[in-house]
Design a protein around this ligand. Structure first.
Ligand SMILES: [Zn+2]
Length: 267
């Protein structure tokens, strides 16, 4: 499930499971409403994409204003396909415009108000976490490598360890990313997954020499293994490649693409 929101030409997605909490700001941007051109048209929020830096900076300013966050409050992930996660707070704010970005941190979490967590995506799965009782949020970038290394489970365990969260309370969203329709890999990747957990075979379809993975269901399975309740897992159901008009897609654009942002903040 998802909700498409429009503020003039800026369009962004929010998630019904999160929308009911007034103190929680959730957002996944689309490619609509920015100033970038060509393959980056138009709301590209990633500096390391080959786009003009001034345009990316302007896009982030536009996005922040539309969504209702202060650019200075943003803490971004670095995204190198690891399963490393990090607790962040006020001292980490503003890293998005500096050269002091985290190295090898694919997931961030906080219990602080007005710390806007941001991750970057163009096919890789964003996973959002919220414990409404302990007031903790987390955001992870889970491509197939992060999924294989169970970054979702690691985030849940961090909530439990650091904040005494009960997994049954944690609400999660698996956001727009490659669907099973478009996530195709070779047998060697399938082997890696099956070596990790044979249960993954239920979420793979063999199509000739290729395997089609359902990374949404695999992440849901991993979350449920940690004790997350099924009704607390929302899958947006939006494939970024199938909806290349709405989203940037690495596979859909031959690698020449911008990036969308996942955003989560406690107000
Ligand atoms: Zn697709």
């Amino acid at each position: 499930m998802y909700k498409l929101n429009e503020k003039q030409d800026f369009e962004y997605i929010t998630f019904p499971l999160f929308d009911k909490y007034d103190n929680l700001l959730n957002c996944f941007t689309t490619r609509k409403g920015g100033v970038s051109q060509g393959s980056f048209e138009s709301m590209n929020i990633g500096f390391k994409t080959g786009d003009i830096a001034e345009n990316v900076k302007r896009n982030i300013e536009i996005m922040a204003e539309k969504v209702g966050i202060d650019v200075a409050d943003i803490v971004g992930t670095s995204q190198t396909h690891t399963n490393n996660i990090k607790y962040v707070s006020e001292e980490h704010k503003g890293r998005i415009f500096s050269n002091s970005a985290f190295k090898e941190v694919d997931g961030i979490y906080t219990d602080r108000k007005n710390v806007a967590l941001m991750s970057f995506h163009a096919d890789c799965t964003p996973i959002f976490f919220y414990d409404p009782y302990k007031k903790v949020i987390g955001l992870a970038h889970a491509g197939w490598r992060g999924t294989l290394q169970n970054i979702s489970g690691i985030m849940v365990r961090a909530f439990v360890k650091d904040f005494n969260s009960n997994p049954e309370d944690i609400i999660t969203v698996i956001g727009p990313s490659l669907g099973q329709c478009c996530f195709e890999v070779d047998g060697d990747v399938a082997k890696l997954f099956l070596a990790e957990d044979e249960g993954f075979k239920n979420y793979m379809e063999i199509k000739g020499p290729k395997y089609h993975f359902n990374l949404w269901q695999i992440n849901k399975y991993l979350l449920m293994k940690e004790g997350i309740r099924e009704e607390n897992i929302e899958i947006s159901g939006l494939c970024t490649k199938c909806h290349n008009d709405m989203f940037f897609s690495h596979r859909g654009q031959g690698g020449k693409r911008g990036l969308m942002a996942g955003i989560l903040m406690i107000k």
